[in-house]
Design a protein around this ligand. Sequence first.
Ligand SMILES: Cc1ncc(COP(=O)(O)O)c(C=O)c1O
Length: 466
Amino acid sequence: MNSTKKLLADLWEPTRVRQMAHEFADIAADELVIRAAAVRGPGLSKRAQVLVKAGGRVKSPVALARRVQRESLHLSHPRFLAQQVAAPIPAAALVESVVAAMNQSLAVWEMSPIATAIDRDLLARFKALFGYPTSSEGSLVPGGAFANLTALLVARNILDKGAHRTGRTRVAILCGEQTHYSVARAARILGFGSDAVFQVAPDRWFGTDAAAVKSGIAKAKKAGFRKFVVVGSAGSTPTGSFDDLMELRRVATAEKAWLHVDAAHGGGLMFSRRYRRCLRGIHLADSIAFDPHKMMFMPLTAGCVLIRRGADLRGSLAEQASYLFGSKRAWPDIGQVTIGCSQRFDALKVWLVWRAYGAKVWDGLTTHVCELAETAYRHCLSSTVLEPMHRPDSNIFCFQLRGRRNDAHSDRLHWKLKEALNESGFGYVSSTVLGGRRVLRLVIMNPRTTWSDIRAVLDWIARRAR
Ligand SMILES: Cc1ncc(COP(=O)(O)O)c(C=O)c1O
């Protein structure tokens, strides 16, 4: 047998492929429903080295994948409470191998006739969810950072007509101190420059203070800026706080500014009958960043950007490429409304869950994780050891040790507590800095997490702190 024939027999032999599909699916299923004793095993960094350095050929990709899964940090474990990465809805995670196998590229309709229709149907659902008109435009993107980049590109081009040509601009960006770092990075990439980013102090609930934004604009004017983008967070990364979007709209309108709302984290709360009030006024934003891979419990990646006036997005991204983009058709080439060229069929997992289970699935799941954060808050209110930093708006909650000193020693203590818990594998939390002091942070992204899981982690921290 020549070597190509042998390769084909090895890699594409139908019975083997089918068997491998089942075996990989079994590994995925084990991870999705994991409830092991520990979120992680001990000595992970050493183990990682052993794993990648182990020489020799591996006989089976399945066995290797099994080892990687077993030894990894289990983000789907109910006591993983650290960061904004979801424990994915099983159907959405499991269909990923179908997405990869079909390998549709949505850059052009020609390569993805059915996928394009599904993608556009999903976008229409998102527009309706946020109260945007059908004439708005958007695309799926790899995440919130790309969504912010896209939105700021369009804002720049609309506010400063010359920027499209020169790549430089004189537009200021006003945002809160808690705004995700991707906004400042986008400003540097897009030629705004870091001097054009005016970060304002948060209000006492860690949201963006609209009055401070007004003062920020005055400061920017003194520095010579005449055009502005106001960025609101819904919710913010450190505390999950929601800005008053109606108020930010008023401030932005008074200055003829573009209002961008980064709802990468909290956009999913639109599904929650109880929590959607947090996003009041989002339909008035000029652009929205939103991550289904956060509060819609999708596996990475699924981000989305929406631009209220669709023509603004199309004008910013339209390209000539005769080898790809064709004559006018009933369906668009998605490559003309998104930064990427190869565009993964990420829409399928989201659309499938929506079609199969209905939007109510997200009402239940988002409400549940937010209510858990509220319960954690009430627990800390009455704890003699732990003290809440804020009443949570959503599923992110920060707390500290009561009676702590306001010094670096106490900061280190909080850091060490987090490290000790995470090393133990019993639970996993994160930390952040609020008001200049390091505090502990819970992010509840797993609908299978129960109050007893969180209680056990808080008790562990309180015991260790004593
Ligand atoms: C508010 C906010 N915006 C943007 C991002 C970046 O999103 P991604 O990681 O999907 O690029 C995050 C990530 O945590 C976020 O919390």
